[in-house]
Design a protein. Structure first.
Length: 232
Protein backbone atom coordinates (compact mmCIF):
# COMPACT_ATOMS: atom_id res chain seq x y z
CA UNK A 1 0.00 0.00 0.00
CA UNK A 2 1.55 3.25 -1.07
CA UNK A 3 1.09 6.64 0.55
CA UNK A 4 -2.53 7.63 0.98
CA UNK A 5 -4.36 10.36 2.79
CA UNK A 6 -1.23 12.22 3.87
CA UNK A 7 0.77 9.13 4.78
CA UNK A 8 4.55 9.15 4.85
CA UNK A 9 6.16 5.94 3.60
CA UNK A 10 9.09 5.73 5.98
CA UNK A 11 11.34 3.74 3.67
CA UNK A 12 11.16 6.61 1.17
CA UNK A 13 12.35 9.01 3.88
CA UNK A 14 14.98 7.04 5.79
CA UNK A 15 16.27 4.60 3.17
CA UNK A 16 16.43 0.82 3.19
CA UNK A 17 18.97 0.39 5.98
CA UNK A 18 18.00 2.59 8.95
CA UNK A 19 19.57 2.16 12.38
CA UNK A 20 16.26 1.19 13.97
CA UNK A 21 13.39 -1.19 13.28
CA UNK A 22 11.04 1.16 11.46
CA UNK A 23 7.32 0.89 10.83
CA UNK A 24 5.91 1.26 7.32
CA UNK A 25 3.76 4.40 7.51
CA UNK A 26 3.20 7.55 9.50
CA UNK A 27 -0.05 9.50 9.29
CA UNK A 28 0.83 12.78 10.95
CA UNK A 29 -2.62 14.32 10.56
CA UNK A 30 -4.14 11.37 12.43
CA UNK A 31 -1.18 10.83 14.82
CA UNK A 32 -0.94 7.20 13.75
CA UNK A 33 2.04 4.92 13.10
CA UNK A 34 1.05 1.90 11.00
CA UNK A 35 2.78 -1.36 10.17
CA UNK A 36 1.60 -3.67 7.38
CA UNK A 37 2.17 -7.42 7.74
CA UNK A 38 1.24 -9.97 5.08
CA UNK A 39 0.99 -13.57 6.27
CA UNK A 40 1.70 -15.99 3.45
CA UNK A 41 3.07 -19.12 5.13
CA UNK A 42 0.46 -21.56 6.36
CA UNK A 43 2.46 -23.87 8.58
CA UNK A 44 -0.35 -25.00 10.86
CA UNK A 45 -0.30 -28.48 9.31
CA UNK A 46 3.47 -28.92 9.43
CA UNK A 47 4.66 -32.25 10.88
CA UNK A 48 6.02 -30.47 13.96
CA UNK A 49 2.78 -28.64 14.68
CA UNK A 50 0.67 -31.70 14.03
CA UNK A 51 2.80 -33.73 16.46
CA UNK A 52 2.27 -31.10 19.17
CA UNK A 53 -1.47 -30.99 18.51
CA UNK A 54 -1.74 -34.77 18.62
CA UNK A 55 0.10 -34.86 21.94
CA UNK A 56 -2.30 -32.32 23.45
CA UNK A 57 -5.39 -34.05 22.03
CA UNK A 58 -4.20 -37.47 23.21
CA UNK A 59 -3.77 -36.14 26.76
CA UNK A 60 -7.21 -34.57 26.91
CA UNK A 61 -8.75 -37.73 25.46
CA UNK A 62 -6.95 -39.95 27.96
CA UNK A 63 -8.18 -37.73 30.80
CA UNK A 64 -11.75 -38.04 29.54
CA UNK A 65 -12.10 -34.33 28.81
CA UNK A 66 -13.02 -34.90 25.13
CA UNK A 67 -14.99 -37.69 23.51
CA UNK A 68 -13.11 -37.85 20.22
CA UNK A 69 -9.66 -37.14 18.87
CA UNK A 70 -11.05 -35.86 15.58
CA UNK A 71 -11.01 -32.09 15.15
CA UNK A 72 -13.60 -30.56 12.84
CA UNK A 73 -15.95 -27.59 12.70
CA UNK A 74 -18.81 -29.53 14.27
CA UNK A 75 -17.05 -30.72 17.42
CA UNK A 76 -14.62 -27.80 17.87
CA UNK A 77 -17.10 -25.69 19.94
CA UNK A 78 -17.44 -28.56 22.43
CA UNK A 79 -13.68 -28.80 23.08
CA UNK A 80 -12.51 -27.33 26.42
CA UNK A 81 -11.27 -23.75 26.14
CA UNK A 82 -7.91 -24.85 27.52
CA UNK A 83 -7.41 -27.26 24.62
CA UNK A 84 -8.65 -24.76 22.05
CA UNK A 85 -6.15 -22.19 23.32
CA UNK A 86 -3.31 -24.73 23.25
CA UNK A 87 -4.09 -25.48 19.60
CA UNK A 88 -4.27 -21.76 18.80
CA UNK A 89 -0.86 -21.26 20.42
CA UNK A 90 0.66 -24.13 18.46
CA UNK A 91 -0.70 -23.11 15.08
CA UNK A 92 -0.27 -19.33 15.33
CA UNK A 93 3.52 -19.09 15.72
CA UNK A 94 3.96 -17.23 12.43
CA UNK A 95 1.18 -14.81 13.37
CA UNK A 96 2.68 -14.25 16.83
CA UNK A 97 6.13 -13.55 15.36
CA UNK A 98 4.67 -11.01 12.92
CA UNK A 99 2.79 -9.21 15.68
CA UNK A 100 5.89 -9.19 17.89
CA UNK A 101 7.97 -7.64 15.12
CA UNK A 102 5.28 -5.05 14.33
CA UNK A 103 5.12 -4.05 18.00
CA UNK A 104 8.91 -3.54 18.02
CA UNK A 105 8.82 -1.50 14.80
CA UNK A 106 6.11 0.79 16.12
CA UNK A 107 7.88 1.24 19.47
CA UNK A 108 11.26 2.05 17.89
CA UNK A 109 9.69 4.40 15.35
CA UNK A 110 8.03 6.32 18.17
CA UNK A 111 11.28 6.55 20.14
CA UNK A 112 13.56 7.41 17.20
CA UNK A 113 11.29 10.08 15.71
CA UNK A 114 9.92 11.50 18.95
CA UNK A 115 6.34 10.38 18.28
CA UNK A 116 5.51 8.83 21.63
CA UNK A 117 1.98 10.25 21.67
CA UNK A 118 1.09 8.56 18.37
CA UNK A 119 -1.22 5.55 18.20
CA UNK A 120 0.07 2.23 16.87
CA UNK A 121 -1.88 0.41 14.16
CA UNK A 122 -1.26 -3.05 12.73
CA UNK A 123 -2.73 -3.91 9.33
CA UNK A 124 -2.52 -7.67 9.05
CA UNK A 125 -3.25 -9.22 5.67
CA UNK A 126 -4.08 -12.88 5.11
CA UNK A 127 -2.23 -13.61 1.89
CA UNK A 128 -2.14 -17.39 1.99
CA UNK A 129 -3.26 -18.85 5.32
CA UNK A 130 -6.27 -21.04 4.51
CA UNK A 131 -6.27 -23.32 7.57
CA UNK A 132 -7.64 -20.49 9.76
CA UNK A 133 -11.15 -19.35 8.80
CA UNK A 134 -11.63 -15.57 9.17
CA UNK A 135 -13.11 -15.72 12.68
CA UNK A 136 -10.29 -17.95 13.92
CA UNK A 137 -7.70 -15.63 12.35
CA UNK A 138 -9.20 -12.61 14.14
CA UNK A 139 -9.49 -14.53 17.43
CA UNK A 140 -5.89 -15.73 17.23
CA UNK A 141 -4.68 -12.18 16.58
CA UNK A 142 -6.64 -10.82 19.52
CA UNK A 143 -5.21 -13.52 21.80
CA UNK A 144 -1.69 -12.53 20.80
CA UNK A 145 -2.30 -8.79 21.17
CA UNK A 146 -4.03 -9.03 24.53
CA UNK A 147 -1.06 -10.82 26.07
CA UNK A 148 2.00 -8.72 25.41
CA UNK A 149 2.02 -6.08 22.72
CA UNK A 150 1.02 -2.73 24.16
CA UNK A 151 2.24 -0.53 21.29
CA UNK A 152 -0.54 -1.79 18.99
CA UNK A 153 -3.76 0.03 19.86
CA UNK A 154 -5.69 -0.98 16.76
CA UNK A 155 -5.46 -3.80 14.28
CA UNK A 156 -7.16 -4.30 10.95
CA UNK A 157 -7.74 -7.76 9.54
CA UNK A 158 -8.10 -8.02 5.79
CA UNK A 159 -7.17 -10.38 2.97
CA UNK A 160 -5.53 -10.19 -0.42
CA UNK A 161 -5.63 -13.60 -2.08
CA UNK A 162 -7.78 -15.59 0.34
CA UNK A 163 -11.48 -15.27 -0.40
CA UNK A 164 -14.20 -16.47 1.97
CA UNK A 165 -17.70 -17.83 1.60
CA UNK A 166 -20.21 -15.88 3.67
CA UNK A 167 -23.67 -17.37 4.15
CA UNK A 168 -26.31 -15.31 2.41
CA UNK A 169 -23.76 -13.65 0.12
CA UNK A 170 -23.49 -15.11 -3.40
CA UNK A 171 -20.06 -13.69 -4.21
CA UNK A 172 -16.57 -14.43 -2.78
CA UNK A 173 -15.78 -12.16 0.15
CA UNK A 174 -12.67 -10.26 1.22
CA UNK A 175 -13.08 -9.01 4.76
CA UNK A 176 -11.95 -5.70 6.23
CA UNK A 177 -12.42 -5.81 10.00
CA UNK A 178 -10.98 -3.08 12.25
CA UNK A 179 -10.57 -3.83 15.96
CA UNK A 180 -9.62 -1.13 18.44
CA UNK A 181 -8.02 -2.46 21.61
CA UNK A 182 -9.45 0.29 23.81
CA UNK A 183 -13.01 1.52 24.28
CA UNK A 184 -13.70 4.08 23.07
CA UNK A 185 -11.22 3.69 20.25
CA UNK A 186 -8.65 6.45 19.84
CA UNK A 187 -8.39 6.24 16.05
CA UNK A 188 -11.02 8.07 14.03
CA UNK A 189 -13.40 5.69 12.24
CA UNK A 190 -13.52 8.00 9.25
CA UNK A 191 -9.77 7.59 8.84
CA UNK A 192 -10.08 3.79 9.05
CA UNK A 193 -12.83 3.92 6.43
CA UNK A 194 -10.63 5.95 4.07
CA UNK A 195 -7.91 3.33 4.46
CA UNK A 196 -10.45 0.62 3.60
CA UNK A 197 -11.49 2.39 0.40
CA UNK A 198 -7.84 2.81 -0.62
CA UNK A 199 -7.05 -0.85 0.11
CA UNK A 200 -10.09 -2.07 -1.82
CA UNK A 201 -9.03 0.00 -4.81
CA UNK A 202 -5.56 -1.58 -4.77
CA UNK A 203 -6.95 -5.12 -4.48
CA UNK A 204 -9.51 -4.53 -7.23
CA UNK A 205 -6.82 -3.36 -9.62
CA UNK A 206 -4.55 -6.29 -8.75
CA UNK A 207 -7.18 -8.97 -9.30
CA UNK A 208 -8.85 -7.19 -12.22
CA UNK A 209 -12.32 -7.56 -10.77
CA UNK A 210 -15.11 -5.20 -9.85
CA UNK A 211 -15.98 -5.28 -6.15
CA UNK A 212 -19.40 -4.98 -4.56
CA UNK A 213 -19.20 -3.36 -1.15
CA UNK A 214 -21.26 -4.89 1.63
CA UNK A 215 -21.37 -3.43 5.12
CA UNK A 216 -21.89 -6.15 7.71
CA UNK A 217 -24.74 -5.52 10.11
CA UNK A 218 -25.13 -6.97 13.60
CA UNK A 219 -27.33 -9.74 12.24
CA UNK A 220 -24.55 -10.72 9.80
CA UNK A 221 -22.07 -11.52 12.58
CA UNK A 222 -23.23 -15.10 13.00
CA UNK A 223 -22.50 -15.64 9.31
CA UNK A 224 -19.02 -14.16 9.79
CA UNK A 225 -18.23 -16.53 12.66
CA UNK A 226 -19.17 -19.42 10.38
CA UNK A 227 -17.47 -18.10 7.23
CA UNK A 228 -15.09 -20.49 5.48
CA UNK A 229 -12.09 -19.87 3.26
CA UNK A 230 -12.51 -20.84 -0.35
CA UNK A 231 -9.89 -23.11 -1.96
CA UNK A 232 -7.15 -21.12 -3.67
Amino acid sequence: MRAHGGAIVLRDKIGKSPDFANADYIFHFENVIAELKCLMDDNSESPSNQAKINTAVDRFYAEGKIKTKDINEDNWPAFPAELQNMIYDITSTSLRNSVKKANLQIRETKAKLGLNTYTGMLIIVNDGVTSFPPAAFVHATLRVLERHFSEINCFIFTAANVFSKLKGTPWPTLFWIPMQMEKPGNIDEGFINRLRIAWQGIVNRKIGAYAIEHQMRDEDMEAFWKAKNLPR
